[in-house]
Design a protein around this ligand. Structure first.
Ligand code: NAD
Ligand code: ZN
Ligand code: ZN
Length: 374
């Protein structure tokens, strides 16, 4: 079938994107679902910094690629062998498909699925297929989702069925920002109630961590960003203390305010500078978690002796160390009960042809989560 979608033809085009238009709204050919695959009518897709990092080349991927990895939709058609979904079911897309059989999947760590990672790097579905074409050539899938489009053919293993009561624009945010941000606190850090936490980087992912830390019972939640507007929003959402990372004294200021640092610091900005701050504001014996994705050549140095003598822990967190079928329903239920007000992260609704403008706003730090309504 012919669909419209936002295709990145080459990485590294300079902003302003509204003028340079790295994402072209094009007509592409979408194959129907093969075995184990599902055709989904996309309802909404969020703009995440990880999309921006493909556009600007910080996170290199093969092009042309139809972007978008934080999406929700309605099941349209099932391929052979898919017997646990029905046409009309509402689904959230998860940006790491999990095969269910590889060593990490067997150990209950589907976020680290090995064939899933291979497919995502290659720009294919879990099956290895590319179901998107243009002028007779393949177009790559983005993280098995490619959600900035009218329809997507995806692996069944990229989907979680959700309750139809959740509005589909909000549902989209659960696929990346919420799964990643809340999961970093609950699954990766396993932060106990009563702990102190700091979040560095207050985009959709970091603010989800902030909400997760509050929901998990942190007695103090410190919010850090370069933008005073984001700090203001963090305060409204329940941050107890806010600090601007632009201050050269930021680390000392946080340490002074928190008796030598927090129990858990979460780097959610995607930069070595933010990670450095996160490490410095973690207290002796504390844990620094990072979910930010800086360019692959950037390295983080830390004083090894202090890792040892202060018994520090540094943990990476991918897609919130999630088990999607376990965590998504839990987070959605917490949202419904008012414990995880992720609707407050919604900055704007966009049309597909406003997507370059949306990425300008994300690049300039002027938006938290913008969602394209398809
Ligand atoms: N680990 C995962 O599974 C996963 C999933 C989604 C996104 N990510 C990554 O998480 C990061 C955040 O994503 P997002 O969509 O929320 O991004 P975003 O652009 O919306 O937010 C990033 C925030 O960090 C702030 N910031 C930048 N540098 C800073 C610094 N030095 N100190 C303090 N704050 C700083 C910015 O002002 C901005 O508010 C990105 O690197 C993204 O690629 C990781
Ligand atoms: Zn994302
Ligand atoms: Zn697997």
């Amino acid at each position: 079938m012919k669909i419209r979608g936002a295709v990145l033809n080459r990485m590294g085009v300079e902003p302003p994107y509204e003028r340079t238009k790295p994402l072209a709204i094009e007509q592409v050919e979408l194959d129907g679902p093969g075995p184990g695959e599902v055709l989904v009518k996309i309802a909404a897709a969020g703009l995440c910094h990880s999309d921006l990092s493909v556009i600007n080349g910080d996170r290199p991927r093969p092009t042309p690629m139809l972007l978008g990895h934080e999406a929700s939709g309605v099941v349209e058609e099932m391929g052979p062998g898919v017997d646990d979904l029905q046409k009309g079911d509402h689904v959230v897309m998860v940006f790491v498909p999990s095969c269910g059989h590889c060593p990490p999947c067997s150990e209950g760590r589907p976020a680290l699925c090995e064939p899933g990672a291979v497919a995502n790097t290659a720009g294919t579905l879990l099956s290895g297929a590319r179901r998107l074409h243009r002028n007779g050539a393949d177009v790559h899938h983005h993280l098995g989702v490619s959600g900035f489009a009218e329809y997507a053919t995806v692996s069944r293993r990229s989907l979680v069925k959700i309750d139809k009561e959740l509005p589909l624009d909000e549902a989209a945010l659960f696929g990346c920002a919420v799964l990643t941000g809340v999961g970093a606190v609950i699954n990766t850090a396993k932060m106990p109630a009563g702990a102190t936490a700091a979040v560095i980087g207050l985009g959709g992912v970091g603010l989800s961590s902030l909400l997760g830390a509050i929901a998990a019972g942190a007695r103090r939640v410190v919010a850090v960003d370069l933008s005073d507007d984001k700090l203001g929003l963090a305060r409204q959402l329940g941050a107890t203390d806010t600090f601007n990372a632009a201050s050269p004294e930021a680390a000392n200021e946080v340490r002074a305010a928190t008796n030598g640092g927090v129990d858990f610091a979460f780097e959610m900005a995607g930069s070595v500078r933010a990670m450095d701050l996160a490490y410095k504001i973690t207290r002796r014996g504390g844990t620094t978690v990072t979910a930010g994705l800086p360019p692959p050549t950037h390295t983080f140095a830390l004083p090894q002796v202090n890792l040892v003598a202060e018994e520090r822990t540094v943990k990476g967190s991918y897609i919130g160390t999630c088990v999607p079928t376990r965590d998504l329903p839990r987070y959605i239920e917490l949202y419904r009960r008012g414990k995880l007000p992720v609707d407050r992260l919604m900055s704007d609704h966009l049309k597909l042809n406003q997507i370059n403008l949306g990425f300008d706003r994300l690049h300039e730090g002027k938006a938290v989560r913008q969602v394209v309504l398809i």
